[in-house]
Design a protein around this ligand. Structure first.
Ligand code: AMP
Length: 394
């Protein structure tokens, strides 16, 4: 058995899982938040030990060092040579990467080249790649892109109705995100259905959210676009809006485009509508207390999801399954029930008893439902580790 490290390096955070492959057993997992601050949080968990420390972590180098040292100090591995490969999550692969790839100098240059498409994320991902390479020079690493699963979309799905030169000169098109999650979940559904050419609609509903239409194991359309800002109403992101709102509000509020973009990313969605929270647990609490804006936020949230499911049902020529994943998709029975209720015209129906669960992987539709519905807890880290094993042959 081989140990594979799955890494997600953000601008001020680092998440990791050490996974025993091919059995896919999590040996250790953890995260570091608030890197660069005096009160950074270091969480480190293994089967028999849980550690949480608040300490100063000046930079990613120190954070990564803590993780590597922790793995041996906590006795999870005896020697660093036990790590046979590293998989790095990279947010944007542009049009250059339609699959995960073994990292070399050329790949690093290409990821740098497309960093203007994800200026907040790709540089942080690259920093993680470079520091791990310095610290573990003998361990090969693989880049797994959030966008690559959606590279199978056709032009009619990914081109926007804007001047075509924007695409040709600047790469303005739909890329889609959450690809690793959509791939993992759709593969699990194919296994449940025992059907490789299944038509599946995956709803990844977390703080960020997107839906993907999958046919023959390939993404044919998805709701996020050039950036993760568009599509569904999310925790703090606005989702689809009329772009003319931006110059209008810029004039009215005397705000710059950057400030408005920040509002659309961080102050909109469930938070913006409800004025209460971006967290669906708080929205549900607000609904119980009769808060009108929480009720409105939830209605808008489920309406948008149902209309995309219906649209993808048409694009796919009928769907075999709808899968729910992500924090809300996995844990909110209420949200799943309200979405499926809106889809009654498609003869899809939940079994309310089966749906009354948090985070279990299971079928939740009624026997008579024309489309099967599932909860599939996502596992992006395992998907990353699978790609490491596939590409490194380890
Ligand atoms: P994620 O981004 O996939 O980690 O999902 C995080 C989101 O899941 C939170 O912001 C909540 O909105 C939602 N969530 C987590 N736990 C629950 C729960 N028990 N019930 C409803 N929503 C939940």
């Amino acid at each position: 058995m081989n140990k594979v490290l799955s890494v997600n390096a953000g601008s001020s955070s680092l998440k990791f899982k050490l996974i025993n492959m091919p059995k896919e057993i999590i040996l250790s997992e953890g995260n570091i938040e608030r890197i660069g601050k005096k009160d950074a949080i270091f969480n480190f968990n293994s089967i028999n030990r849980k550690e949480k420390k608040i300490l100063e972590i000046e930079n990613h180098q120190i954070a990564i060092n803590l993780v590597i040292k922790g793995l041996t100090e906590f006795g999870i591995i005896k020697n660093l040579s036990e790590i046979k490969g590293i998989g790095h999550r990279v947010v944007h692969g542009g049009e250059m990467f339609n699959d995960s790839v073994l990292i070399n100098e050329d790949v690093i240059k290409k990821i740098e080249k497309i960093s203007d498409l994800a200026p907040l994320h790709n540089p942080a991902n690259l920093m993680g790649i470079k520091i791990f390479k310095e610290m573990l020079p003998d361990v090969d690493a693989v880049a797994v892109f959030d966008t690559s699963f959606h590279q199978s979309m056709s032009q009619e799905a990914y081109i926007y109705g804007v001047p075509y030169e924007w695409y040709e000169k600047y790469g303005v098109r739909k890329y889609g995100f959450h690809g690793t999650s959509h791939k993992y979940v759709s593969r699990r559904v194919e296994e449940f259905l025992d059907k490789k050419d299944a038509k599946i609609i995956v709803c990844h509903l977390g703080n960020g959210g997107s839906i993907c239409a999958v046919r023959n194991g390939k993404s044919i359309d998805t709701t996020m676009g050039f950036t993760p800002l568009t599509g569904l109403i999310m925790g703090t992101r606005c989702g689809d809006i009329d772009p003319a709102i931006i110059p209008f509000i810029s004039t009215k509020m005397e705000r710059s485009i950057n400030e408005i973009e920040n509002d659309l990313n961080k102050k909109s969605g469930l938070l913006g509508i409800s004025g209460v929270s971006n967290d669906s647990r708080d929205i549900e609490e607000g609904i119980k207390n009769g808060n009108k804006r929480c009720i409105l936020a939830q209605k808008m949230f489920t309406r948008k999801i149902a209309s995309y499911i219906a649209s993808y049902h048409v694009l796919l020529g009928g769907a075999d399954a709808i899968a729910f994943t992500g924090g809300i998709g996995e844990k909110s029975a209420l949200t799943r029930a309200q979405i499926v209720e809106r889809l009654a015209v498609l003869d899809v129906k939940l079994d309310m008893k089966l749906n009354d669960v948090r985070g279990d992987e299971r079928l939740i539709s009624a026997n008579e439902s024309k489309i099967k519905c599932f909860i599939i807890p996502t596992n992006e880290e395992v998907m990353i580790a699978r790609d490491v094993v596939r590409l490194l042959n380890c």
